[in-house]
Design a protein around this ligand. Structure first.
Ligand SMILES: Nc1ncnc2c1ncn2[C@@H]1O[C@H](COP(=O)(O)OP(=O)(O)O)[C@@H](O)[C@H]1O
Ligand SMILES: [Mg+2]
Length: 255
């Protein structure tokens, strides 16, 4: 069997308080669409930030296991994390508009995202950026490249963040509540987009959501409850034969 992309048995606590994550155990395979579902404040973003090496060391203490490919993320030096983050592991944050710089054009966002990892190939940003816009189903003409975030809809802002997140062909893309800011029609379009990115780029996707229905596109879904995974399996199994009371509650909830 191919070796797992992510292996976790992770405990995290903030400033000596009771753990937010307690032995959170899961494996994500290469090229898998993996859903992590759980309640608000349940530690989903904490898990994403741990994978990105972005939990503030002064207040967050991590123990257990967390690996990505052959890297031990709990001991990985900052420099090595900076090489992975934004390239091999990328992140689409929760609030699209707030995550963009108001003064920068679409082109400038992509150029910056390119330069972080390819400083010596600074003139080469354009072709991969246009390819990423195309994959994210955004326009590629100059008039669009010149727009600033204020001129973008929420859906377009999110697609721009997705384009930035696929620029370096990541092995793992983490999408944190990607449907929360969108209406129902745009929700299903963005979920389809993640599925097509996985198919065309071979990127594994960790889809984080409080909505079990949104996770229905995933191959497997893990249910996070009180800091631990209480159940995981294909979404159809969780919908039709939920084993845990919290999963049962999720099957009926739709905001
Ligand atoms: N920087 C922090 N300092 C202290 N507590 C935090 C910090 N970040 C998150 N928390 C707490 O950790 C818990 C989990 O938060 P989070 O990972 O954001 O959950 P979710 O993404 O599932 O909504 C919450 O109770 C939150 O208040
Ligand atoms: Mg969150």
């Amino acid at each position: 069997m191919e070796s797992a992309l992510v292996r976790s048995c992770l405990t995290v606590n903030y400033s000596g308080k009771p753990p937010v994550l307690r032995d959170l155990t899961l494996e994500i395979q290469p090229n898998e669409l993996f859903g992590l579902v759980g309640e608000s404040g349940g530690g989903k973003s904490t898990f994403a930030l741990a994978l990105l090496g972005l939990l503030p060391p002064a207040i967050a203490s991590l123990s257990g296991t967390l690996t990505f490919q052959h890297h031990d993320l709990l001991t990985l030096p900052d420099r090595a994390f900076r090489r992975l983050r934004g390239r091999a592991i990328t992140y689409v944050p929760q609030s699209p508009i707030a995550s963009l710089s108001p003064r920068l054009s679409v082109a400038a966002h992509l150029r910056e995202a390119w330069l972080i990892h390819e400083p010596s190939n600074s003139s080469d940003w354009r072709q991969p950026s246009l390819a990423a816009l195309h994959s994210a189903q955004l326009p590629t003409e100059p008039a669009f490249l010149d727009l600033r975030p204020a001129a973008l809809s929420v859906g377009m802002a999110q697609r721009l963040l997705i384009a930035m997140a696929i620029l370096h062909k990541p092995a793992l893309l983490i999408a944190d509540e990607p449907t929360s800011a969108l209406d129902l029609i745009h929700q299903s379009a963005v979920l389809d987009l993640f599925r097509s990115l996985r198919d065309t780029l071979g990127t594994a996707v960790l889809l984080i959501t409080h909505d079990l229905h949104a996770a229905a596109i995933c191959h497997r879904v893990a249910v996070l409850y009180e800091g631990s995974i209480v159940e995981q399996g294909p979404p159809a199994q969780l919908f039709h034969h939920p084993a845990h009371p919290y999963t049962r509650a999720l099957t009926s909830a739709r905001r």
